[in-house]
Write a protein that binds this ligand. Structure first.
Ligand code: ITT
Length: 190
């Protein structure tokens, strides 16, 4: 079965491809020109929108992820606006560090919603995952993507950017969302 991975974010794509690799599905990239407007107020809504529109446009099964960083001292910002917070990863990180300044409450969480749509756009499966952590005062590590270099997981004493892909998978919002979804995808009779 063909499954379109409905993301334009190369970092996300790499993780999703790895998580989906063991399934007996033929993974296909989303056509580049196909961009879905994220009009939802929640990660769940946006994940559904992206999966559904890409499924209809390609007449295939499609999987989409909507995710972002919710910072306690910023009342959950940037949240669903995480991608729109700056022009590129370093701009987004710089803005977040500026907004937080010397705030000592550095608590934050990454959240991820994943949706799987049938070729007719209806949603077959959904899952969510959250990972709690802290925002550092400056970047640490050079792996991963996005906000990874400033997102620190205290019990591991590492940022996401310092983790190898297996470790990040075991604790991250996306890894947890996928963990809930993979057994269900396997069971889908299509
Ligand atoms: P698609 O919608 O095409 O999938 P996007 O980058 O626009 O790509 P989102 O709207 O879900 O995706 O925005 C997510 C933002 O949060 C984006 O800036 C990511 O870099 C960031 N983000 C999500 N997961 C992350 C992770 O595991 N590590 C670091 N940053 C992450």
């Amino acid at each position: 079965m063909k499954l379109v991975v409905a993301t334009s974010n190369p970092g996300k794509l790499k993780e999703l491809q790895k998580y989906l690799a063991d399934l007996n599905w033929d993974l296909v990239l989303k056509p580049q020109e196909l961009e879905v407007e994220e009009t939802g107020d929640t990660f769940e809504e946006n994940a559904r929108l992206k999966a559904s529109e890409v499924a209809i446009a390609t007449n295939s099964w499609a999987i989409a992820d909507d995710s972002g960083l919710q910072v306690d001292a910023l009342n959950g910002a940037p949240g669903v606006y995480s991608a729109r917070y700056g022009a590129n990863d370093s701009g987004r990180i710089a803005r977040l560090l500026t907004e937080l300044g010397n705030e000592t409450n550095r608590g934050a969480q990454f959240a991820c919603a994943i949706a799987l749509a049938r070729p007719d756009g209806t949603i077959a499966l959904e899952s969510e995952g959250v990972c709690r952590g802290e925002i550092l005062y400056k970047t640490r590590g050079d792996g991963g993507f996005g906000y990874d270099p400033i997102f620190y997981v205290p019990h591991l004493q590492l940022t996401f950017a310092q983790m190898n892909s297996e470790l990040k998978r075991s604790v991250s919002h996306r890894g947890k969302a996928m963990e809930g979804l993979l057994p269900q995808i396997e069971k889908l009779i299509v």
